[in-house]
Ligand binder design. Structure first.
Ligand code: AHG
Ligand code: MN
Ligand code: MN
Length: 334
């Protein structure tokens, strides 16, 4: 029987793929794995928070009870800022970016994070996740970071990944040489390589969209979903959980497309380019899929603001291409 490979072993072994990289990226990935275990522990206790807390506001350690997304944000911030690898962090939960180590003068990397994705699903015991991506700093080491370090195109990502707090806890990530997935053994709190070289299957069987938005979505999206519905019963299924990470992960394994469209009232859609779209677009690309908005490749968008939103269509290449044909068949992007 082959030896089980832990996340730590895998990270160390892959360092050789990056000849010019010091140990900083390895340490950073290790730190993300540690933070993930802490958040995972808290996620698993979420249903008990109100029972174990004292007077509803404190836990058994006399610490303030926090909403899980605040807890996840604080945990990743604490661990990432404590290491020497990270110069700055952009978080969905923070209004502005955070500079580490004297205005970000130290640390080679910038991290973008959605600490808890799908938070509306916490109260109903449905899978949620964390999404992250890592960029090289643009400003020179020793200089303070500036906004250009944070507003980099998705093509510049060095690493992207997510943690899925589901029936099992998984960590899936890419360093640009394919996608690998690790499953946690809860008995020993260790991630093991369980899904090497993940790729979208040849045939896609799922489409995922919030159906309530469809009548407000662009014509092309409506036409595409209309086409998907016509094939219902001949293979295609509609599946939508409402946790982006979870919907994406299922579609990666089963084959499918996830759509969060622009609407009349929200022309930029809902999902955030830096924390949600770019990391999942990079993972999709590395797994043989692709990601677009109404007009272009997600990874090619030049961000203008940290919390910028974008319509998002991601998944199996043939399905995203099918959507693109619908843009061409209608009056084009709206
Ligand atoms: P977050 O919890 O980080 O704010 O993200 C929520 C997102 C995403 O996870 C999900 O796919 C989407 O919101 C669902 O939105 P709708 O409820 O509008 O379908
Ligand atoms: Mn999110
Ligand atoms: Mn979130």
């Amino acid at each position: 029987m082959p030896k089980a490979i832990t996340l730590q072993e895998f990270i160390m072994d892959s360092q050789a793929e990056f000849p010019f990289v010091s140990g900083q990226l390895t340490r950073l990935l290790t730190d993300i794995g540690v933070a993930a275990k802490i958040v995972n522990h808290q996620v698993n206790r979420a249903g008990l928070a109100g029972i174990l807390g004292q007077s509803g506001s404190q836990n058994t350690h006399n610490e303030d009870q926090q909403k899980l997304d605040v807890f996840a944000d604080k945990t990743f911030m604490r661990i990432l800022t404590a290491g020497k690898s990270v110069a700055g962090i952009g978080s969905e939960e923070q209004e502005d970016y955070i500079l580490c180590h004297d205005q970000g003068k130290e640390g080679k990397y910038v991290v973008m994070i959605d600490p808890l994705d799908g938070s509306s699903n916490i109260d109903v015991n449905v899978s949620i996740g964390t999404i992250f991506s890592i960029y090289r700093r643009v400003t020179l080491l020793g200089e303070p970071l500036s906004s250009q370090d944070f507003l980099q195109k998705g093509t510049e990502q060095v690493v992207a990944g997510y943690i899925l707090y589901g029936s099992s806890t998984m960590l899936v990530y890419t360093t640009g040489t394919g996608v690998n997935g690790f499953t946690m053994d809860p008995a020993i709190g260790e991630f093991f390589l369980s899904h090497p070289k993940m790729e979208f299957p040849e045939s896609a069987i799922i489409y995922s969209i919030n159906d309530a938005l469809l009548h407000k979505a662009p014509q092309a999206v409506q036409k595409f979903i209309g086409g998907c519905r016509e094939t219902l019963g001949v293979g295609l299924k509609a599946r939508y959980i409402g946790s982006l990470v979870t919907d994406f992960h299922r579609n990666l394994i089963k084959g499918g497309i996830y759509l969060y469209p622009s609407t009349e009232s929200n022309p930029e859609g809902k999902l955030r380019l830096m924390y949600e779209c770019n990391p999942l677009a990079f993972i999709a690309q590395q797994a043989g899929g692709t990601a677009e908005n109404n007009t272009s490749d997600i990874l090619e968008i030049q961000p203008r603001a940290l919390h910028e939103r974008s319509p998002f269509y991601v998944g199996s290449r043939n399905m995203v291409q099918g959507l693109r044909s619908c843009w061409m068949a209608t009056s084009g992007p709206e």
